[in-house]
Design a protein around this ligand. Structure first.
Ligand code: NAD
Length: 321
């Protein structure tokens, strides 16, 4: 088997900027090439080796993979739910053509594996809200969700038709102290920490009581690595795995933050993202991922809030006196 050489597309984003480091810690710095549409001069030293790449430019992608002898691609470039509703045609093009380019190039280059994340956005208002089951990816109501549902079927198709070892998880909303969120409906769950520390209050764009599935970034990175490390014969789902971390509401999160920041005030001004949130599950059943490749989340709400605040303060965000 060829030595693993990874291309990570979308390396400057919320997940990419952390996954790049995790993959390099495992495979070595030079074995993981970071790529994104950003100019090289705007990319931090940490992310090097880096190449500017538009995933929609298929010939450039193919040339790069051949030249660098890439054996695995992690595709993280996408337009997320809230931004997608503002620019539906562009979201569809990036999310669909980007994936199809990667799948095609992976087949042409006889790659060993591909990782592409789906999302809880594949579930629409008709899916069961509580512990939404694995096999219920039905009627998504956002462009983003439609593109993820279609993408899941393309992954299954490339596995069935070409034997491409493509693997996927449906990430919930992701929370990190290292990287800012990229225009999704769950972004409030990161922004709230920054505002709580800098101003002692936060104006939330979702209503109290809006429960959504969420996950701490360290769990999400570990899930990705564990899925990609699992023996192929254990991967029984070739669309995308349900993945659960924790579930909470804005008021529940606010209450937990208030235990650490005295006088923290949370107000609400719901916008168009409320409708997106209302169409998604409250919580996710990830039994299949547990059975197939041993998935288990480590962080719940309390540990996550404590760890977020501790790390943000360490990085220079100071609690209001
Ligand atoms: P992000 O928006 O933070 O990052 C996406 C990156 O892709 C950006 O750095 C952007 O510059 C890059 N990009 C955009 N267009 C490109 C192009 N044409 N060519 C190359 N690069 C391009 O997104 P993220 O939050 O890191 O999400 C990564 C993946 O995970 C996406 O597929 C997303 O749908 C999925 N996901 C994320 C979350 C979450 O909460 N962050 C939840 C569910 C699923």
């Amino acid at each position: 088997m060829k030595k693993t050489k990874i291309l990570l597309v979308g390396a400057c984003g919320q997940i990419g900027s952390e996954l790049t480091g995790a993959l390099r810690a495992k495979y070595g710095r030079d074995q993981v090439l970071a790529a994104d549409i950003r100019e090289r001069s705007r990319v931090t030293e940490e992310i090097q080796p880096y190449v500017k790449l538009d995933v929609l430019n298929k010939s450039a992608l193919l040339m790069l993979c051949r030249e660098k002898k890439i054996t695995e691609i992690y595709l993280l470039a996408a337009m997320l739910s809230a931004n997608g509703e503002k620019e539906p045609a562009i979201a569809w093009q990036l999310n669909m053509d980007g994936l199809l380019n990667v799948l095609d190039v992976a087949v042409k280059c006889e790659m060993q594996k591909v990782f592409w994340p789906s999302s809880i956005a594949v579930f629409g208002p008709n899916a069961p809200k509580q512990l939404t089951p694995q096999a219920n990816a039905s009627a998504p109501s956002t462009v983003y969700g439609i593109s993820k549902a279609a993408g899941e079927y393309w992954c299954q198709y490339y596995f069935d038709k070409f034997g491409l070892d493509v693997r996927s998880v449906r990430y919930p909303g992701l929370i990190s102290y290292k990287s800012p969120p990229g225009g999704g409906t769950t972004d409030y769950a990161v922004d709230i920490f920054h505002k709580a520390l800098s101003e002692g209050n936060y104006l939330c764009f979702l209503k109290p009581g809006t429960a959504l599935p969420m996950m701490y970034m360290s769990d999400a990175i570990r899930a990705t690595m564990e899925l990609m490390d699992a023996p192929a014969e254990q991967i029984n789902v070739r669309t995308s795995y349900n993945l659960s971390g924790m579930s909470f509401t804005p008021d529940g999160l606010g209450e937990e933050i208030g235990k650490h920041i005295e006088g923290f005030r949370l107000d609400y001004l719901p916008d168009f993202r409320q409708q997106i949130a209302d169409s998604w599950p409250d919580s996710i059943d990830d039994q299949q991922a547990r059975e197939d490749w041993g998935w288990e989340a480590k962080f719940g709400l309390e540990d996550m809030v404590e760890d977020m605040l501790e790390n943000l303060v360490r990085r220079g965000y100071f609690a209001k006196a």
